[in-house]
Design a protein around this ligand. Structure first.
Ligand code: A3P
Length: 296
């Protein structure tokens, strides 16, 4: 009965200079006051870094490899997305979180300076996923095309400039990855790279397991791995966002589980764009010891 329904693309507002969905800005005071529990686990990332993949890995570890229990609900219902405010009657991330007993697995795309302070007060464990800027840009472009809950990206050339200038929802990629990189030395933050996950998934699963303080058999770890491959998640309606109505996410424009590789930027960047990008990258990343791989 949603046939023909056209969803309005959202407007962006700003919180402390960071572009965020206007609906999140309108309820910002409540988001900022969110009360974390010490046992909550937060999964954080800039958009399209592979947060859904990490959420499924964390869920499988916490459920000790029971994939039936991991299929209890779609990703967005089982792991409240803190700053998500959907049109009524869909509950907000805050409402979902408040109706769930801790310990909860929570999701956010907030840059570190906008994280509700109770996460730090409670010394919560945070797993941050970072992905190289070029592939993040490509993935975000296709995601904004298919997801009407985000602004229209325009064409690729337009989006290239928009992304580089940081005028996208959740702001600049540079500020995000650098801010969280800095936070890892002061808080319980496990900083994981998408490229490392692709290169050796079992090794990264092991890091997450250790960080969460879990003891799991080799057999269960293998189940975690098998349940969270690109193929398995693509086929899993609870993990692939296919349960969201198509007037919001239109997978025929670009599937949520799109390619899942390192280096797809090569199919999008022109030589001229790559030059502009590299110049800006050098300027913004000068002096940091944070490095990324754009191919394996
Ligand atoms: P692509 O668009 O490059 O394919 P997020 O969950 O943060 O929105 O990130 C989505 C990106 O992670 C998409 O990248 C998606 O394909 C990729 N992804 C999701 N699950 C994955 C998995 N199990 N293995 C590899 N990549 C995965």
């Amino acid at each position: 009965h949603f046939g023909g329904y056209v969803m309005q693309r959202p407007r962006l507002g700003h919180i402390s200079g960071v572009p965020l969905d206007q609906k999140a800005c309108d309820t910002w005071e409540d988001i900022w006051k969110f009360q974390a529990h010490p046992e909550d686990v937060l999964v954080a990332a800039y958009p399209k870094a592979g947060i859904t993949w990490m959420q499924e890995i964390v869920d499988m570890i916490c459920q000790e490899g029971n994939n039936e229990r991991c299929r209890r609900a779609p990703t967005y219902d089982k792991h409240p997305f803190l700053e998500a405010v959907a049109p009524k009657p869909v509950p907000s991330g805050l409402q979902l979180a408040e109706n769930m007993d801790p310990p909860r697995i929570l999701k956010t795309h907030l840059p570190v300076q906008l994280l509700p302070p109770s996460f730090w007060d409670q010394d919560c464990k945070v797993i941050y996923v970072a992905r190289n800027a070029k592939d993040s840009m490509v993935s975000y472009y296709h995601f904004q095309r298919m997801n009407k809950g985000l602004p229209d990206p325009g064409d690729w050339d337009t989006y290239f400039s928009t992304f580089l200038s940081g005028n996208v929802t959740w702001g600049s990629w540079f500020d995000h990855v650098l801010g969280w990189w800095d936070a890892k030395d002061r808080h319980q933050v496990l900083y994981i790279f998408y490229e490392d996950m692709i290169e050796n998934t079992r090794r990264e699963i092991e890091k997450v397991k250790k960080f969460l303080g879990k003891e799991l058999s080799e057999e269960i770890l293998e189940d975690v791995y098998q349940h969270t491959t690109f193929h398995a998640m693509s086929e899993n309606p609870m993990a692939n966002y296919s349960t969201i109505p198509s007037f919001v996410m239109d997978h025929s424009i670009s599937p949520f589980m799109r390619k899942g590789i390192v280096g797809d930027w090569r199919n999008h960047f022109t030589v001229a764009q790559d030059e502009i990008f590299e110049k800006e990258y050098g300027r913004r990343m000068a002096g940091t010891d944070l490095t990324f791989r754009t191919e394996l």
